[in-house]
Design a protein around this ligand. Structure first.
Ligand SMILES: Nc1ncnc2c1ncn2[C@H]1C[C@H](O)[C@@H](COP(=O)(O)OP(=O)(O)O)O1
Ligand SMILES: [Mg+2]
Length: 194
């Protein structure tokens, strides 16, 4: 099983909260038959299940902090194994948040062939999240937590981008554009994969 995952295409999708990662991943799934795994969605599903682990996670996420590395990674790996036979590849959305997470992912699962850096301005992300908060029901889509998530994002993500840039696999995507135009650039990056 683990070997099969190694043969699959793995794309990291990185960007701030509200930058449009989920929106673009959905479109990639529809066009390319990839499996979309959002670390945030996996964690929220665990919270919704009401398990003990879910309760601990909820407390961390409500504060806008990062969940322990091994927890996220185990959840991603389990989800990948479940889908490996029916996927053209995997979109790992919202991960890695830190360089260390990326290194652990490669040790336990495999190496990414592409990192899509979904880039929007801070003010744009806040606006989109406030709007999403009206309907998302997400405990972290409120103004105070949004600010914390953005601060943490900027601190933690810049080193991640630098790390993978040095490998030449980062494609920066301007996510200020309308959704379909953003997707045009995303599709170009994926079509460029061998
Ligand atoms: N290019 C774009 N232009 C306008 N709105 C966008 C956009 N991409 C996403 N949105 C909207 C959809 C959501 O309500 C909100 C956040 O998008 P999302 O895909 O949930 O972000 P993320 O998964 O990165 O947190 O912004
Ligand atoms: Mg998302």
């Amino acid at each position: 099983m683990a070997d099969k995952i190694k043969d699959a295409k793995i794309i990291f999708v990185v960007g701030g909260p509200g930058s449009g990662k989920g929106t673009q991943c959905e479109k990639v799934v529809a066009k390319y038959g990839y499996t979309h795994l959002s670390s945030g969605d996996l964690l929220r599903a665990e919270v919704a299940s009401g398990s003990e682990r879910g309760k601990t996670l909820q407390a961390i996420m409500q504060k806008g902090e990062l969940v322990p590395l091994d927890t996220v990674l185990d959840m991603i790996k389990d989800a990948m194994i479940a889908k490996v036979d029916v996927s053209k590849g995997f979109l790992i959305d919202g991960y890695p948040r830190e360089v260390k997470q990326g290194e652990e992912f490669e040790k336990k699962i495999g190496a990414p062939c592409l990192l899509l850096y979904i880039d929007a301005k801070g003010e744009t992300m806040v606006k989109r999240l406030m709007k999403r908060g009206e309907t998302s029901g997400r405990a972290d889509d409120n103004e105070e937590t949004i600010k914390k998530r953005l601060d943490l994002y900027y601190k933690a993500t810049e080193p991640v981008i630098a790390f993978y840039s040095s490998r030449g696999i980062v494609r920066k995507i301007d996510s200020e554009l309308p959704v379909d135009e953003v997707f045009g650039h995303v599709a170009k990056a994926i079509d460029g994969l061998k």
